[in-house]
Write a protein that binds this ligand. Sequence first.
Ligand SMILES: C[S@@+](CC[C@H](N)C(=O)[O-])C[C@H]1O[C@@H](n2cnc3c(N)ncnc32)[C@H](O)[C@@H]1O
Length: 305
Amino acid sequence: MTSDLRSDESLVAASGAGTSGEAWTVMALLRWTTDYFAKQGIDSPRLDAECLLAFALDCDRVALYVEYEKPVVEAERSRFRELVQRRARERVPVAQLLGRREFWSLSFEVTSDVLTPRPETETLVAALLERIASSPESTRVLELGTGSGCIAIALARECPRLEITATDISDAALCVAKRNAARLEVADRIDFRRGDLLAPVAGEHFDWIVSNPPYLARDEAETLPPELASEPDGALFGGADGLEITRRIWQEAPAALAAGGRILLEVGLGQADAVCGGFRGVGLSNCEVVSDLSHCPRVIVASRA
Ligand SMILES: C[S@@+](CC[C@H](N)C(=O)[O-])C[C@H]1O[C@@H](n2cnc3c(N)ncnc32)[C@H](O)[C@@H]1O
């Protein structure tokens, strides 16, 4: 490869074989792109390069290693180049470029209308499933702010006896959630409703209420990774201190909990104490803090007596 391919301006030119006449193989493209992404400050340059190249070549990542020496033809390079540009210059997250993200070992459609499912949210799903297993008679689950539908759909797939209602304020997000539910064959098991937090379920009672609310602080927006600009504001920010929606949930949700019902709420870093205090303040008890795989307090569980 020639050195001119390493500059940002020459990215467009990188669709052609090196001017030295050397062919662009899978290996050469991966090396060049990893280096380019690293220089652009992308966090996981090699992984992102592999995911995007596998997508452009319509194969899985393992296949790249089997075909390391294979030349990549112009049509494939052109598709790859477009993805590389959007990742590096516009900072579009890989999940949105691919249009999908794995969560709970299921593949979810992801668009700019929904929060990309995060691995730490699997802690919430696991915490609920663990507790539901020892309460076979409690079946009614409400999810607040379903987004892509990843939590409700993972629960429906794991536990057929659950009757799940999932709400979101965003029509566009609910469209994505419904498509995911249909593709993952649980559409008839989840009642999706649009509206502000508990408004769509007024007067109803649930054994379990779960939510991963928007919990980033608007005051810290400047310090956040540029990739977040591709996700909906309403899925990210919980007011100036991050707790605006969470606070409303701990105030409003107890009225919708059946006797003995429990609430599980995902929290951001440094929010666990405030949320436990909030739950106790509205009369909920047995507050537990569940940590994620990075040992960060991630899910708060509390019960209605
Ligand atoms: C952090 S995202 C969580 C999405 C998904 N449950 C997940 O865990 O990936 C929060 C979701 O809450 C929704 N939301 C924000 N404010 C809301 C409100 N007042 N009422 C209902 N949903 C709301 C957003 O549209 C977004 O889909």
